[in-house]
Design a protein around this ligand. Structure first.
Ligand code: FAD
Length: 391
């Protein structure tokens, strides 16, 4: 990594506004603060560290080498990985409950199952350690001028508006990013959004006799052609299961009997571990959520750059959304560290040139991996894969 001296701004601290204190926003904030920028991190929600329940997306997530690299550079890798559960293979479940493990790579290679909330809280704690970094919760981006670096926030507690001007605005406000929305108005940006990969619903397999009810060191998959169930282990010995299906299939299941019947036919072993009553309660407790895939090009404006889902929201089948967002930060700082903030125009230009093709590729891979997971991991798929491998 190049010396930080080139971008250190101690004598003339540049102001950085980061919108969104999710996983990627917090990491980006630490990288800027590390280099002595004057950083303010604005978050729509109140502080999740004080919440009983955090509403939102997946409870746990798979972290790969790509994501770990981002954490390593702020010295946070160890504290994260120590709370992760290694998953060395995909464990496939057939309709009778028979299982088969398919390793991800060599014996030592694995991905980690990490609790989303723990990861976000730890990154908030890391960010708070920097004296030159302020976090403002309950601040919602309303709009942004990506040419001047002015952002309008609404304090959601008081209803008051704040206008903030800075040298660079970082959009880390997720898939439905308001910063990106403003960028699309200010600049000719190619943008695409699709909802072609169905819906998802989260369920849980409880602990059994104080331990895991299934072997924990695997990502469990019940591939069923047009739909699938997956499960990742949690630190408290539970598994979070995610059911991925077309909306029409969800809509056909209206009663507890229909839900049980569907699970008995397709996921009998998982159903037994959940228990019928518990399963029905979980199944009907929430509505299925949609999955979106978003790409844009470029990822920057004159005084603005997008990281994470705001730049490239991907369907979760490759388990790379967060990982890729962390890599955005690493790549951006490699460029910034080598060119310096005085050349920010060139930094932004080079960042988009470097990152956009990779982001597009990984969004596409994520969509293709849906087929790999729900179909290609089945017997017919193995034959097809063998054929492909031999070409
Ligand atoms: P987010 O996590 O969405 O954070 C955005 C933040 O901005 C939030 O805190 C939000 O409150 C805030 N915000 C939003 N709007 C505003 C506003 N107007 N003003 C201010 N703040 C705002 N990725 C993986 O790498 N591995 C996985 O295994 C994995 N599993 C997944 C499973 C599912 C079911 C889903 C849906 C996604 C999964 N992902 C996974 C993707 C991952 O969740 C995202 O890529 C990741 O959360 C992106 O982080 P982010 O910080 O860019 O956005």
């Amino acid at each position: 990594m190049p010396s930080l001296i080139e971008t250190t701004t101690k004598n003339d601290p540049k102001k950085i506004t980061i919108c969104g204190a999710g996983l990627v926003g917090c990491l980006a904030a630490c990288y800027f603060a590390e280099r002595d920028y004057e950083v303010t991190l604005y978050e729509y929600r109140s502080d999740i560290r004080n919440m009983k329940v955090v509403a939102g997306r997946s409870i746990n997530m798979a972290m790969s080498v790509r994501g770990r690299e981002g954490l390593k550079r702020i010295g946070a890798e160890e504290s994260i990985t120590s709370k992760g559960i290694e998953m060395y293979s995909r464990m496939l479940h057939d309709t009778k409950g028979n299982t088969q493990a398919v390793p991800y790579g060599k014996r030592s290679q694995c991905i980690l199952s990490i609790d989303r909330r723990y990861l976000n809280e730890l990154l908030l704690n890391e960010a708070e350690k920097y004296p030159n970094l302020t976090i403002e919760f309950s601040h919602k981006v309303k709009k942004c001028n990506t040419n001047t670096g002015e952002v309008v926030f609404e304090n959601t507690l008081t209803g008051q508006e704040h206008h903030v001007k800075s040298d660079l605005v970082i959009g880390c406000d997720g898939a439905y990013s308001s910063v990106r929305q403003s960028l699309l108005k200010d600049k000719a940006v190619d943008f695409s959004q699709s909802y072609n990969c169905g819906y998802y619903l989260e369920l849980q397999i409880p602990a059994k006799n104080g331990t895991f009810a299934m072997p924990p060191k695997h990502l469990h998959i019940w591939p069923r052609g047009d739909f699938m169930l997956i499960a990742l282990p949690n630190q408290d010995y539970t598994f979070t299961c995610t059911l991925f299906m077309p909306l029409e299939m969800f809509e056909k299941i209206q009663t507890p009997e229909q839900a049980i019947d569907f699970f008995e036919k397709n996921f009998i072993d998982a159903l037994k571990l959940m228990g019928n009553e518990n399963f029905v309660q979980m199944y009907f407790a929430t509505k299925p959520s949609s999955l979106v895939s978003i790409t844009c090009n470029p990822h920057h404006g004159n005084k603005c750059v997008l990281f994470g889902d705001s730049a490239h929201a991907m369907v979760p089948f490759y388990g790379q959304g967060m990982n890729c967002g962390f890599e955005d930060v690493v790549v951006f700082f490699e460029i910034l560290d080598s060119l310096g903030f005085d050349n920010i125009d060139k930094v932004l230009e080079k960042y988009s040139q470097t990152r956009v093709p990779d982001a597009h590729a990984i969004c596409e891979l994520a969509i293709r991996n849906y087929d790999e997971m729900k179909y290609l991991v089945t017997t017919r798929g193995y034959r097809l894969r063998k054929k492909l491998d031999s070409i």
